[in-house]
Design a protein around this ligand. Structure first.
Ligand SMILES: [Cu+2]
Length: 65
């Protein structure tokens, strides 16, 4: 499981955009977002750096949590 802090994930739209970015790397990824905690848990077989890069390219400030 991957766990990230995403500082600028502030609403449902952001969660949708982040989810889309992650699914672009792994269509079967399971994503658990916590807007209040600015955290994201991802169950995926994909490489963490590929997932983080995709989230970053979508415009989100992603750091490992
Ligand atoms: Cu938002």
């Amino acid at each position: 499981m991957l766990r990230y802090t995403i500082e600028n994930m502030t609403c449902g739209h952001c969660v949708g955009a982040v989810t889309k970015a992650v699914r672009g790397v792994d269509a079967d990824a399971e994503i658990l977002a916590d807007i209040a905690g600015k955290s994201l848990e991802i169950t995926t077989a994909a490489q963490g750096d590929a997932v983080a890069r995709a989230i970053g390219q979508a415009g989100y400030a992603v750091t490992p949590a």
